[in-house]
Design a binder for this molecule. Structure first.
Ligand code: ADP
Length: 300
């Protein structure tokens, strides 16, 4: 990554609100740019700052702030430190995490994780998804680069959910399920999107879990059959027609049951998170996996 260049919203050395000093750009993609910074008012604690240009046609940071605030105190949420805006940009300051799961998988030998690592990371993601659903929101972009491991001794074995830019409230103020729209634009990332999204239908809670299912498959196999196909409709068709016996070749039987449960769910249904958790727990106990085993990237 370049440290400063034209077109970037913040410059290294810049201080926001006399408090957060920009150190480096660490990500930038879809909607915003992510910077590492230090808190000069608090022992130079390292933080992450997500910024969005005021000129951006799609303003999503407001949604991110709303979701992250409601998630405070949950295990898989970054700490919220502040937010604000000026005439040039909107910003969100949160705790700085370590590497995301897409980078960790790509750095792994054979680009896959062991069953031991995949199932424990999968369990944490399942719980993270359950947390966001519990506050009435869908994530709608569940994918490996939107989950990161912690960075400090206390947090490095915990998975954090990132990026609520595509989140959507599925409950209204009364706590009832909002009526689904008859058509909704495609949201998310082609490789991990649920078939519902490919069909431009309103997404439900099960669709975040379908994305987790595709992630788990990719973690274990190192790839998904549609990895090289760019055409959204073609990928949607492949997912719909996928033979799970081939997709899940050499994966534990419990993943078939995982998908079978998701197949029973429609927009308004509440997924049986406890059942899905019990399936992953079964893989853990049958394979003698322990929670304090090292993760693949911790093995030297
Ligand atoms: P975008 O919406 O632009 O895709 P994301 O929020 O998905 O931005 O972040 C992009 C990348 O930046 C992530 O994949 C991750 O590697 C990094 N990142 C985002 N938030 C943090 C954070 N709090 N700590 C560390 N890295 C982060």
């Amino acid at each position: 990554m370049t440290s400063s260049s034209e077109g970037e919203i913040l410059q290294v050395g810049q201080v926001i609100r006399e408090r957060w000093k920009i150190k480096a750009k660490i990500g930038g993609g879809g909607f915003g740019e992510i910077y590492e910074a230090t808190d000069v008012q608090n022992h130079h604690e390292r933080v992450a700052i997500k910024v969005e240009s005021s000129k951006a046609t799609k303003q999503v940071l407001k949604m991110e702030v709303a979701v992250l605030r409601r998630l405070q105190g949950k295990k898989h949420a970054c700490k919220f430190y502040g937010c604000g805006r000026n005439d040039k940009f909107n910003y969100l300051v949160m705790s700085l995490q370590g590497k995301n799961l897409a980078d960790l998988r790509r750095e792994a030998p054979k680009q896959c994780f062991s069953l031991n690592t995949a199932v424990r990371v999968g369990m944490q993601i399942l719980n993270g998804i359950r947390e966001i659903h519990s506050i009435g929101f869908l994530h709608r972009d569940v994918k490996p680069s939107n989950f990161a491991m912690g960075r400090t001794a206390q947090t490095m074995r915990n998975v954090y959910m990132l990026d609520f830019g595509l989140a959507r409230q599925y409950l209204n103020a009364k706590g009832e399920i909002r009526s689904p729209r008859s058509a909704a634009g495609f949201r998310g990332t082609v490789r991990y999107a649920a078939v519902t999204a490919h069909k431009n239908k309103e997404m439900g809670r099960q669709d975040d879990l379908w994305s987790l299912f595709y992630m788990l498959t990719e973690f274990l196999q190192g790839q998904l059959p549609w990895r090289k196909i760019k055409d959204k409709d073609e990928v949607g068709k492949m997912k719909e027609e996928a033979d799970l016996n081939i997709l899940l070749e050499e994966c534990p039987d419990e993943l078939h049951l995982f998908a079978a449960h998701l197949k029973t769910l429609g927009y308004a249904d509440t997924p049986d998170y406890c059942y899905l958790e019990s399936l992953l727990n079964k893989i853990i106990s049958e394979n003698d996996i322990k929670w304090d085993d090292p993760y693949d990237w911790e093995l030297g």
